[in-house]
Design a protein around this ligand. Structure first.
Ligand SMILES: [Zn+2]
Length: 296
């Protein structure tokens, strides 16, 4: 086990042990999620480690165009039609995190696992706005869906209403069965410290026992989506959090990322995420990240 894996396992243990401390900020305790899909509270110190991995590789191996090669002029219009055509080849499955009522029944955290977790946690809520996480995630997910459809992608939503009962493993299976080229799970974060803010994304580790084969793509998707989101919103960039504790990731047989779009436990970010304008920026940023992941 490498240093990072040990770190994350330790981090998750700390998070799990401290789930009882999870409050919504603003001085008002919020009912903690049964099993919070929030494992980042204690990960802040790892930021340096992640940022080192963020250095992008320069495309130095792109060949120079030789003088005698044919130069094909492409008008911006033709280019966008070509890109739209390419996007039409890709299916993006979007999972709006949580649902109206959590389901505390247990399910294995991965195929064949003996460890179990609640089927779907109830999520957090806005410390200032009192908006439940499941409402915010569905609103943002629908905006992402519309933008992706407008750009020519195929899109499938795991849910498009709040009153559903779909476990995290089942959500992953929706993406698997659809043959998703990217599975984007949209969530919002919560922390005991109401000053903590910003966005992060999550994926499995390279040692994930169920789907390590999708690690590289999931990591790249997570980086691209985080970058797009931060660029569009101007929010604080946290990090890509690699963890093997999420059932909805472990059950995936497709590239996956969880996007924590911001902290509902931070009053300013909570208020901002309640506005149409900011939600639009979040959605645009996530869509831009998906474009970047596919090289578009
Ligand atoms: Zn969540």
């Amino acid at each position: 086990m490498n240093k990072k894996a040990i770190f994350f396992r330790t981090g998750y243990l700390l998070s799990a042990l401290s789930a009882a401390w999870l409050f919504g900020g603003c001085g008002e305790p919020v009912k903690p999620p049964i099993v919070p899909e929030v494992s980042s509270v204690f990960m802040e110190s790892s930021q340096g480690e992640f940022e080192e991995e963020w250095k992008e590789t320069a495309p130095s191996d792109v060949p120079e165009e030789s003088e005698d090669s044919f130069s094909v002029e492409t008008s911006p219009e033709e280019l966008s039609m070509a890109e739209e055509g390419k996007r039409g080849d890709y299916l993006v499955v979007i999972d709006a995190g949580h649902q109206k009522k959590g389901n505390s029944e247990k399910e294995p955290i991965g195929p064949g696992a003996t460890e179990e977790k609640a089927k779907v946690a109830s999520g957090t809520q806005g410390c200032s706005t009192k908006i439940p996480e499941y409402e915010l995630t569905l609103a943002v997910s629908k905006e992402v869906e519309q933008i992706l459809l407008d750009r020519g992608y195929q899109v499938k939503m795991v849910r498009d209403t709040n009153d559903v009962d779909i476990s995290n493993a089942e959500r992953a299976q929706v993406a698997n069965e659809a043959g998703a080229d990217a599975f984007v799970r949209i969530h919002a974060n919560g922390a005991a410290d109401s000053t903590v803010n910003g966005a992060e994304t999550l994926c499995q580790t390279a040692q994930n026992p169920y789907n390590a084969v999708f690690y590289e793509d999931s990591r790249r998707l997570s980086e691209a989506v985080l970058e797009g989101l931060v660029e569009a919103t101007g929010c604080k960039k946290r990090f890509v959090n690699e963890t093997d504790t999420m059932s909805g990731i472990n059950w995936c047989q497709v590239p996956v990322t969880i996007v924590e779009v911001g902290f509902m436990s931070n009053p300013e970010e909570d208020e901002r995420m309640a506005t149409e304008e900011y939600r639009g920026k979040i959605a645009e940023g996530i869509a831009n990240g998906i474009d970047a992941y596919f090289g578009l």
